[in-house]
Ligand binder design. Structure first.
Ligand code: ZN
Length: 132
């Protein structure tokens, strides 16, 4: 490393790009799988914005398509918390979850934040999307 130049380490999720905030939370192909769960549940045409601020602003502007606007608005935070936990699992414990487990964890978290109920069965997890 040259003096004065800080290199970003590789993304712990995909290992393909430098780990920046915008990459990790918006543009990483692994993170995009989590975004797709919610985007696809509403058939939303979505182009990922360049940065977090734009993403939150645009995401909130689509809250009208949800029957529960407050639930819609917590989705980015739910995705980011899931991604951050997975990133830290990989970074500090040298462990990883499968993408299926990551999706399940994200939906379980979403359901918990919406209803303060813990669920584990797949049917309940999938029904969480119906509450949007
Ligand atoms: Zn990545």
């Amino acid at each position: 490393m040259k003096r004065g130049i800080q290199l970003s380490p590789r993304c712990f999720l995909c290992g393909e790009e430098a780990e920046t905030v915008n990459h990790l939370f918006l543009h990483c192909r692994i993170t995009n799988i989590l975004w797709s769960i919610f985007i696809n549940s509403k058939g939303l045409l979505w182009v990922m914005p360049r940065n977090i601020v734009q993403a939150l602003k645009i995401w909130s502007s689509f809250a009208y398509i949800s029957g529960h606007k407050e639930r819609w608005k917590i989705i980015p935070t739910c995705i980011w918390w899931s991604v951050w936990k997975e990133r830290n699992l990989r970074c500090f414990q040298n462990k990883s979850n499968s993408i299926q487990k990551m999706k399940m964890n994200c939906l379980v978290l979403f359901h918990f934040w919406c209803k303060q109920e813990y669920m584990e069965d797949l049917e309940s997890v999938m029904n969480a999307l119906d509450t949007l």
